[in-house]
Design a protein around this ligand. Structure first.
Ligand code: SF4
Length: 243
């Protein structure tokens, strides 16, 4: 995202000449198709009151490489970033109704959505990294569950993962590979265990434990192949460019 008033192609613009300068929301849905917002403290009540259910959320965990919309590249998250999930087959926000070109929770949309003016991104840039809501804000008082989440964060720490990925090319590559496999296996199994034993909705796991490591590790240049319980690490062609 860049600051300032901008000229933007409207959805039905066929040539650059069709581009128009807009200064108000025409509800074209372009912003919502690019993905859901991150949550801030001001949005806490939406989750606590069940207006937005946690099965619609996912967490980018502290230290995880994540795309920074303002900087336009991948950087490690300096805290949890809780976001609305996308739709099955696209980046579009889960609450975006493509048929109506409308937000299904418009009156209760998070603050980033309220601040975003696609023709002038200065307002959303002001709040983008401030007062981000974290899992601790929502769950640190839930006994038992919070201990489990902290333990997972510690065992599956992204700084450690990054170091182990780098070590895959070094003298201790065998040991590094084994440690990585153990961490990924733990991340897979803990989710299954919580669903089976605590009876929580499987759709909540990406909020509780963050996105699965077997998926996010692609950002570090590693692909995971699962064969039953066996995990095989392979080089990935998809590696996100850091800043
Ligand atoms: S919550 Fe609503 S306004 Fe915000 S990105 Fe999703 S569909 Fe768009």
């Amino acid at each position: 995202m860049m600051s300032g008033i901008r000229k933007r192609n409207l959805p039905n613009a066929k040539t650059p000449a069709d581009a128009q300068v807009i200064s108000t929301c025409i509800r074209c849905g372009t912003c919502c198709r690019k993905g859901g917002p991150a949550f801030h403290h001001a949005d806490k009540h939406l989750i606590e009151e069940g207006i937005i259910e946690s099965r619609y959320l996912y967490t980018i965990r502290k230290g995880e490489l994540a795309y920074d919309n303002v900087k336009g590249c991948m950087i490690p998250a300096d805290s949890d970033i809780i976001k609305l999930k996308g739709q099955d087959d696209s980046w579009a926000c889960i609450f975006f109704d493509e048929n109506q070109t409308a937000c299904r929770i418009y009156a209760d949309r998070p603050v980033e959505c309220k601040a975003l003016q696609c023709w002038n991104t200065s307002e959303v840039e002001k709040i983008y990294t401030k007062n981000r809501l974290t899992r601790a804000d929502l769950m640190s008082e839930i006994e038992g569950l919070w201990d489990l989440l902290e333990d997972h964060q510690c065992r599956c720490d992204y700084d450690t993962i990054h170091k182990l990925v780098k070590a895959l090319n070094g003298a201790h590559k065998k040991k590094a590979r084994q440690r990585l496999i153990e961490i990924i296996q733990y991340d897979i199994e803990i989710r299954k265990l919580v669903v089976a034993r605590a009876g929580l909705d499987a759709d909540m796991m990406d909020f509780l434990f963050g996105r699965p490591l077997r998926i996010t590790i692609k950002n570090y240049g590693i692909r995971v192949r699962q064969s039953g319980k066996k995990i095989i690490l392979m080089p990935s062609t998809r590696r996100s460019a850091p800043c």
